[in-house]
Design a protein around this ligand. Structure first.
Ligand code: AHR
Length: 502
């Protein structure tokens, strides 16, 4: 199959945003406990932070981390997780049916963020709690000093304010599974009150209101419109969440899933702008795609139905999906979609960071390793810089059972004027056909291919495991050639590729 891409350097879409490469740490399963935090582990520092995981997080290129949930936050009392550890209570976490020891909380998270050079993104509980607790948390986290809660933070060893800029107003409040679930109008009013009061404390905060927990929710669209009618003036962002998985061996549909993500983003942009027009408000609401990934959710739901209700464990193994080559291609494609929508999607968080549907896996007391999905994330975060460029694709389509006709190829291109570097990210979504791609780099003057890497395998279901952690790694793509302003590269079926040029 032949495909071509025509890049237009003259009309950039938007800058590449640092926050596009965010992740998510929820108190769920083993993301925190035995994931990023494991006192007693051979690599743990004095604060119990695993340094083998810390090194992988750095390599992954994560820029922001959303915390502490997720569904967990809707039953969380933030003050359980501060102060002397021996006085912190153990509580039930109803969202994930486990025990929360509170040995890791806000101050530990902030220590971890600062050491990793990661920007925190904090969520407040709008499920079991509301306005007062959100304001207390904000005071404890951000007030410089001289008040009860800021002095308490200093007494706990953190005299400097944590200075958290981005705050999520609850989590997935449209979902009937959410503790304290609300209808759109009630949530919109609650979120607006919280947002306005938080901004009385600090008008420069960036606030994220909950959008739908997925585009298949029955209230999708109406939820966004109603919630934004209530909160438009008080928030900067609306959230989007999307998870994809392969169903019933239908690999072609799975590989085409990002067409659904594209449509989802476009629909939320249109809805937000329609509300802005109705309210005569010229402000543009930004999109925070703060949960996205491949997740074999249907397997989890089947397991959850048979889980005994008298079993309460600390940090149980929950949704520890093992990812394969096809999953990595879809993850790489999701990043392509996020980049291409950088004009409106200015923050995103892959869910999650360690063990729980994660690029990084660990064993308690044992090693840490990279899942297949680690690689497209790390390479995109490292290579995407400057601006996203407009690129016209001419590619054949393939028919899929779930999404209809889907372009066989999908791509995003970035160019950094300062360094002169260009990066082409591209997926071949065909299950069995190789693609010969030609990229016309009009207006750019690259002189060499710096690097061309492809993630693919004869077996689309090959995965990395603890015993074979590098079974799937990106390999040099020796077919990449630059001739004048024209790049040619061959893309194997079910593959993700990055070509950098300078
Ligand atoms: O990331 C796992 C869960 O998915 C989160 O807790 C929730 O927000 C979403 O449904």
């Amino acid at each position: 199959i032949n495909a071509s891409l025509s890049v237009d350097a003259a009309t950039p879409v938007a800058p590449v945003h640092r926050r596009t490469f965010g992740s998510f740490v929820e108190h769920m399963g083993r993301c925190v406990y035995t994931g990023i935090y494991e006192p007693g582990h051979a690599t743990a520092d004095a604060d119990g932070l695993r340094q083998d995981v810390a090194a992988l997080v750095r390599e992954l290129g994560v820029t922001t981390v959303r915390y502490p949930g997720g569904n967990f936050v809707s039953g969380y009392r933030w003050e359980d997780g501060i102060g002397p550890k021996d006085r912190r209570p153990v509580r039930r976490d109803l969202a994930w049916h486990s025990l929360e020891t509170n040995q890791f909380g806000l101050d530990e998270f902030m220590t971890w963020c600062r050491r990793q050079d990661i920007e925190p993104m904090m969520a407040v509980n709008l499920g079991t709690r509301g306005l007062q607790e959100a304001l207390d948390l904000l005071e404890y986290a951000n007030h410089p000093g001289g008040t009860h809660l800021s002095d308490l933070r200093a007494a706990h060893g953190h005299p400097e304010p944590h200075d958290i800029r981005m705050w999520c107003l609850g989590n997935e409040m449209d979902g009937p599974w959410q503790i304290g679930h609300l209808d759109a109008r009630s949530y919109g009013r609650k979120a607006a009150q919280v947002a306005r009061a938080m901004k009385m404390a600090d008008r420069d905060l960036e606030l994220v209101v909950c959008g739908s927990s997925g585009s298949t929710m029955p209230t999708f669209g109406a939820w966004e419109a109603t919630v934004l009618e209530e909160t438009y003036d008080a928030v900067e962002y609306i959230s989007l969440h999307a998870y994809y998985e392969e169903h019933d061996g239908d690999l072609a549909s799975f590989l085409g899933a990002v067409t659904d993500m594209d449509h989802f983003i476009d629909s939320v942009v249109s809805t937000a702008d329609a509300v802005g027009a109705k309210l005569r408000d010229r402000k543009r609401i930004q999109l925070s795609f703060d949960e996205w990934n491949v997740w074999y959710l249907s397997r989890h739901q089947a397991l959850a139905e048979v889980q005994p209700t008298d079993d309460w464990q600390v940090a149980p193994r929950v949704i520890e999906d093992q990812y394969n080559v096809a999953d990595a291609v879809v993850v790489g494609n999701m990043l392509i979609s996020l980049l291409r929508h950088s004009d409106r999607v200015t923050a995103a968080s892959q869910a999650q960071l360690a063990n729980v549907i994660a690029p990084i896996m660990t064993e308690p007391g044992g090693p840490a390793w990279r899942q297949t999905i680690f690689h497209p994330f790390a390479l995109t975060a490292a290579s995407a810089a400057g601006h996203v460029l407009r690129a016209d694709l001419d590619a054949p389509v393939q028919d899929t059972a779930k999404y209809g006709e889907v372009d066989v190829v999908d791509s995003a291109v970035t160019h950094d004027e300062e360094t002169g570097r260009t990066a082409v990210f591209v997926v071949n979504r065909s299950v069995d056909q190789q693609v010969a791609l030609t990229v016309d780099l009009r207006g750019l003057t690259p002189t060499e291919v710096t690097e061309a890497l492809t993630l693919a395998d004869e077996d689309a279901y090959a995965a990395n495991t603890m015993d074979d952690p590098d079974r799937v790694v990106p390999q040099p793509n020796k077919s990449a050639r630059l001739d004048g302003g024209r790049l040619t590269v061959t893309l194997p079926p079910v593959s993700w590729t990055v070509v950098t040029l300078s």
